[in-house]
Design a protein around this ligand. Structure first.
Ligand SMILES: Cc1ncc(COP(=O)(O)O)c(C=O)c1O
Length: 371
């Protein structure tokens, strides 16, 4: 446990900063003190290098990837571009993260379309609930989903959902903020229109640098929500005539957001992404799966099986104590310096590789004492 006596289980909120990310940040800060040493070409090369690293966790195609400031920015770009008309519906999960709700609410208000919220029947998993909602809703035009729920780690089977979305003639938009870097992304199988992910959780990078992935048709015809020069191909002379703007840059660069060509966050993002790629996402998922399984097993052993989250992802789960014990359990964990998020009646547990299965057995033991 490398954080003194703290057991940090809140990586779904924000990853702890790796030593490598910290070192990269210090170097970038020092370089920033001498801006004359930084050429425009070097900065552009740095943006391209980080774009390629992010693509390495998606489908490997750097042409499909753009840096943006937030997941909401990426999802607002998707909402701005996807066709939607009065009477049509956007399908999403009840309680999904607001960055993948607000852009659709806004677009529905503009177009007269409506949100069709997927709700679960008792005992039903989210995958089956989505498939049932697709059957029940004939006019779905956009399906906007996560791979893993942000609040309790419940996993959606996108291999089952994506073909049904396409068969319904709807666009697929994915917010992978709670899975990219911790679970393999099947972009080629899922064929989404747009994908969003923050960089500061499972990608181990800084806040303020997120990622947008766009399918090839949107790289050719998509419109950015911000008019920034960095997304325009102004040629060697870098001229912006008054009569008409220069054409968008190649590929998903037409969606590149302004202000992100900054060495400090780029260096931090690169260090985080390189480490994730070096560890390998399948190995990260396997190791974190051992941790959350150890937690589930220990809950069973303490007679607290009802506190488990069924069908959770390997890296993310939640304790579900009875409402009247929630605060007592959370306080007991805090006293033991075990850090997690308490929200909506759940205690969200999100380890990374600094956590061992033995640590998770201790979490269950502390929780059981407060049960
Ligand atoms: C699923 C999900 N999407 C997005 C975000 C953050 O989005 P944004 O970058 O828009 O703040 C979070 C943060 O917790 C999240 O859990």
């Amino acid at each position: 446990m490398p954080f003194g006596d703290v057991l940090y289980l809140d990586c779904a909120a924000r990853a702890p900063m790796l030593r490598g990310v910290h070192a990269a940040a210090r170097l970038a800060l020092e370089a920033n003190a001498a801006p004359w040493t930084q050429s425009f070409d070097a900065l552009e090369a740095q943006v391209e290098a980080v774009r390629a690293l992010a693509a390495g966790l998606l489908d490997g195609d750097a042409e499909a990837v753009a840096p943006v400031p937030s997941a909401a920015f990426a999802l607002s770009t998707a909402a701005r571009n996807l066709p939607l008309a009065a009477g049509e519906a956007v399908l999403l999960l009840e309680g999904q993260f607001p960055s993948n709700l607000l852009p659709w609410q806004q677009r529905c208000a503009e177009t007269g379309a409506r949100i069709a919220a997927v709700r679960r029947a008792p005992g039903q998993g989210w995958t089956n609930a989505v498939l049932a909602a697709l059957d029940a809703e004939p006019r779905v035009r956009v399906v906007a989903l996560p791979q893993v729920r942000w609040d309790d780690g419940a996993l959606l089977d996108l291999d089952r959902i994506a073909p049904r979305v396409h068969a319904a003639g709807a666009a697929l938009v994915l917010d992978l903020s709670q899975s990219l870097g911790a679970l393999p992304a099947g972009i080629a199988r899922w064929q989404p229109d747009f994908v969003a992910s923050v960089g500061y959780k499972w990608l181990l990078g800084p806040r303020g640098l997120s990622w947008l992935w766009a399918a090839s048709r949107w790289r050719e015809a998509g419109v950015a929500i911000e008019q920034h020069w960095s997304a325009r191909d102004a040629g060697d002379g870098w001229r912006f005539p008054v009569e008409a703007p220069p054409p968008p840059r190649r590929g998903a660069r037409r969606f590149d957001a302004g202000g992100l060509d900054e060495p400090l966050p780029l260096a931090m993002a690169a260090a985080g992404l390189e480490q994730v790629l070096a560890w390998g996402v399948p190995d990260i998922a396997t190791a974190l799966g051992k941790c959350t399984r150890a937690l589930d097993d220990a809950l069973d052993a303490h007679g607290l099986s009802a506190w488990k989250t069924p069908g959770h992802a390997p890296h993310l789960t939640a304790l579900r104590p009875p409402a009247e014990r929630l605060d007592a359990v959370f306080d007991a964990l805090r006293r033991e310096r075990i850090i997690c998020t308490r929200r909506h009646g759940l205690l969200r547990i999100a380890p990374h590789l600094h956590v061992t299965p033995e640590d998770m057995s201790r979490v269950a033991a502390v929780a059981a004492r407060a049960a």
